[in-house]
Design a binder for this molecule. Structure first.
Ligand code: ADP
Ligand code: ASP
Ligand code: MG
Length: 404
């Protein structure tokens, strides 16, 4: 018998009507004679509201208590959905992460799944039951509730598909699949039929919210085929699969962006071995992620300017760390800018197509969009620009690379 993992995101269960609609989708799949494991996110907006409440208590809300708080949204949606299925005449029950248990490490707020116990749920689904499992949560070996990072129900789905050896992992969401770019910023975005794990990982890490990056990474490691599709239509969505099963007709597969980036420049740093390490060591040890880095040397070779980017919400903290380490880092001047965006083009087809970089930069220049920093890998090019130019940049690149 075919075993399916079906994950429904927050917008798919955003109201009572929508939960009833999801229950009908599940009933239809069940009536085809499949074993079904459902993973559900919190109703849309709920996790954000809970996060806001924690901030009202404290800006430094305890990370373990935050996981208890944030995971509560999924308890509501999974019981409502199980109840809706029972109301349709199906045998169903809900499970929270700790009840299964989904065991994670102690990296609270963005834990990794280590193990999932399968016996009880397996028995239930093989006896005609539909298992409804709360996404986004687990329990650590310290016996405390954990969560898997924002958007983490995707990771729950992939991990459950792995541990339960599912035939298919279907991610139901509010768009038709993975699109060439975010449709909320460009209505010319088109559905991609197939995308490789590598490209999807870049898209997700560079801002395409449709899949959580850790979920894509997990699916890539274990070769779990994912189907991203719409809750609101029956059309086939996007298959995330191995690169070998795709032939690349286009140079660029998709365009992603992330807002809320900040840039810090240290001007006139003495240019000697170890300076970059001196700058980044205290920042890294405070768990702040550095993204892009540019270093250039003055004409006389005595000083350097070091520019780097971080998330906007870490700007204040980072500036404080640099100030504290001023003696060691020894710079003449510091400047910063907190309203920047990173726009990226992604595509495995780039590897074999020369001229992509130049085409990207020329298209942006024609729109008078200034590039503040650049970073590249084999299958992506990212540029840093003013945040208010994001939509224009995405649109112009979407057209330039033939994605409209
Ligand atoms: P869910 O609640 O189902 O987990 P998310 O809100 O996390 O859904 O992700 C879906 C959203 O991702 C879409 O509504 C869309 O605005 C956004 N998105 C960003 N980039 C893309 C893309 N390339 N393709 C599809 N959706 C995208
Ligand atoms: N509810 C969680 C969040 O909003 C997990 C998820 O939706 O996947 O991040
Ligand atoms: Mg999501």
């Amino acid at each position: 018998m075919k075993r399916l993992v079906l994950k429904f995101g927050g917008t798919s269960v955003g109201s009572i009507e929508k939960i009833k609609n999801v229950a009908n989708i599940i009933k239809e799949e069940f009536s085809k004679g499949r074993e079904i494991i459902v993973i559900v996110s919190a109703m849309s907006g709920v996790t954000n509201d809970l996060k806001k409440k924690s901030n009202l208590i404290s800006e430094n809300f305890d990370d373990k208590e935050l996981d208890v708080l944030l995971s509560s949204g999924e308890q509501v949606s999974c019981s409502l959905l199980a109840g809706a299925l029972i109301d349709l005449g199906l045998k169903a029950r809900s499970w929270l992460g700790w009840q299964i248990p989904i065991v994670t490490n102690i990296n609270y707020n963005s834990s990794q799944i280590l193990k999932i116990k399968t016996e009880e749920v397996s028995k239930f689904i093989s006896n005609q039951g539909v298992a409804v499992i709360a996404g986004f949560q687990g329990i650590s070996f310290e016996n405390r509730i954990t969560t898997l990072g924002r958007g983490g129900s995707d990771l729950s789905a992939v991990a459950l598909a792995k541990f339960f050896k599912a035939d298919s992992c279907e991610i139901f969401t509010d768009v038709d699949g993975v699109l060439t770019t975010d449709p909320s910023i460009n209505n010319k975005a088109k559905k991609i039929d197939k995308i490789s794990y590598e490209e999807m990982l870049e898209m997700a890490s560079l801002g395409a919210k449709v899949m959580q990056p850790s979920a894509v990474q997990a699916s890539m490691i274990d070769d779990i085929l994912i189907h991203v599709r719409s809750t609101f239509s029956k059309k086939p969505g996007t298959k995330i699969i191995s690169e070998n099963d795709i032939d690349y007709k286009k140079t660029v597969t998709g365009i992603a962006y992330s807002k809320n980036n900040a840039k810090i420049s240290l001007v006139g740093v003495v240019d000697k071995p170890g300076v970059a390490a001196d700058v980044f060591e205290p920042i890294g040890s405070n768990n702040i992620n550095i993204d892009m880095v540019i270093q250039n040397t003055s004409l006389d070779g005595k000083t350097a300017n070091i520019t780097f980017t971080i998330k906007q919400e870490e700007l204040k903290k980072t500036l404080n760390i640099i100030e504290k380490n001023k003696k060691k880092i020894n710079y003449q001047k510091i400047t910063h800018d907190g309203r920047l965006a990173k726009v990226s083009i992604i595509g495995a087809g780039m590897i074999t197509s020369p001229g992509v970089t130049h085409m990207m930069f020329r298209s942006l220049a024609n729109e008078k969009i200034n590039i503040l920093a650049i970073s590249t890998s084999e299958i992506k090019i990212s540029v840093l620009i003013e945040e208010n130019l994001t939509q224009r940049a995405v649109k112009v690149l979407h057209e330039a690379f033939g994605l409209n």
